[in-house]
Design a protein around this ligand. Sequence first.
Ligand code: LLP
Length: 439
Amino acid sequence: MTTNQLLKPITETNINGKIHIGGCNTIELAKRYGTPLYVIDEDTIRSVCKDYKNAFKRYPHTKMMYASKALCTSAISKILDSEGFGFDVVSIGEIYTVVKSGIPLTHVLFNGNNKTEEELDYAIKNGIGRISVDNFAEVDLISKIGGKYNKNIDVLLRITPGIECHTHEYIKTGQLDSKFGFDLSQIDDAITKIITEHQNIRIRGLHAHIGSQIFEPKCFHDEIEVLIKEISRIEEKFGIVLDEINIGGGLGVKYTESDLPPSIDEVADVIISSLEHHIDKYKTNPPTLYIEPGRSIISTAGVTLYTIGSMKQVPNMTKYITVDGGMADNPRPSMYQAEYVAEIANDTTGRENEKVTIAGRFCESGDILIKDITLPKAETGDILCVYNTGAYNYSMASNYNKVEKSAMVLVKDGKSDIIVNRETLEDLISHDVIPDRLK
Ligand code: LLP
C-alpha cells in the first residue's frame, strides 16, 4: 500500500467525533481561519515522496520532478525541494514561484505547448535546467534567445507517443491527435533543423506525457517502449546519443472507495522493468529517467473545509445542502464530472443518515460538488470536510462571482501555518481601473 492509494491524509483521525488532520482539530481550523479552507497535511506529502524514492531506488538514474501545476505555492515548493524533487513548470508564474522560494532554476524543466518569448527569455536568462521543446517555431525562438544571452540550452523533444490510456478525454495527452509535442513522424525534421541550424541547442532526450489519473501501469510500459525505440533509432540515423527520457506524470489517486489506483511500487516496477527490457532489446545505454508526478504527490494531502449554509428539499426529489464554496475553489466536478468523498467534521453523534447532494454557492446549476452522498443529517453551521482536494483545486481556482480565493493552511504535529492568505475584498478590485471619463 502506498500513500496514493489512501482516500484521506495519513494523519486523519477522529477524536470525540471531530476530524483531526496533522494533529489539528478541523473545527478549530475552520473557526480560526474561516471557510472555505484548504488544509494540507505535510506528513502526507513527505510520505508520498518517500514512497516514490523507495520505489525508484532500483533505477538510480531516476530524477523526480514535481509537476507544479497540481498545486504551486512557495511553501509547497520548499517542501518538495527539501525532499530532493526538481520541478516541472509550465509558465513564468510557476518559474517565478520556484525562483522566489530560493530554488535554483537548474532543477527545473520548462514544459508547455505555447511558451511565450517573455517566458522563454526569463527562463533562459535565469539558467533553466531543461526546456521541453514542443514545436518547430519554438526551436527558432529558443535558439534566438540563447544567442542573446550567449548560452547553450539543454532541451528534450516533447513527442506524442500515440498511446491511448483510459482516462477522461480532457486529461489525455499522449494520443496521436494531440495539441502537445511533435508527432512521431516530425521528430527527424525537428532534429535535422536543430543540428543544422541551431548549434546552441543541445538535444538531451525525449519527453512524453500520456495523461493524468492513470490506473493502468501498462500504459507506461508501452510509452517507454516508444521512447527507447526512438532513442535507438535516432542514434543510428543521426549519430547523436540521447541519454534522457522523461515519461511525464499521470499516476492516479483514490478519490472514492471504488477508485483502485495501483501502488507507486507497482507502477515503478512496470516502468523499470520496461526500461530494462527495452534498453536490452534496442541496445541503448540506460538513460536518465525523469518522472513528473503532480496529482499523486499532493492530492491526498489536501482536504477542503466548508461551512454548511442553506438546505433545500425538493418535494419527493433531491435534498440539497449548500456550502460556502464550490466550483470556484474546486472546478473539477463541473469540468470533469469528478467525484469526491466528504464527511461532516464536527460531532454528529445521534443523528440519522440521509442521502443528499452537496451544492456549491455559485450562480451556475452545474455547481454541484457531490451528487448523492449519504451523510448524518446536516445542520446549518456544520463543517464539511471534502477529501483529496490537494491537486488541481487551488491551482484551478477562479474568482467567479467575484468571490475571494480561499486561504490554505499547512498542518503538522498539531500546528497550523497559513501558506496562502485568503484574498480580501481589496484584492478583488486591486486590478480594476476606472477611466477618467467615468469618474
Ligand atoms: N507532466 C506533464 C507534461 C503534464 O502535462 C502533466 C499534467 C503532468 C506532468 C502531471 O500529471 P499528474 O501526475 O498530475 O497526473 N486539471 C486536470 C489534470 C490536468 C493534467 C495536465 N497535465 C485534473 O484536474 O484532473
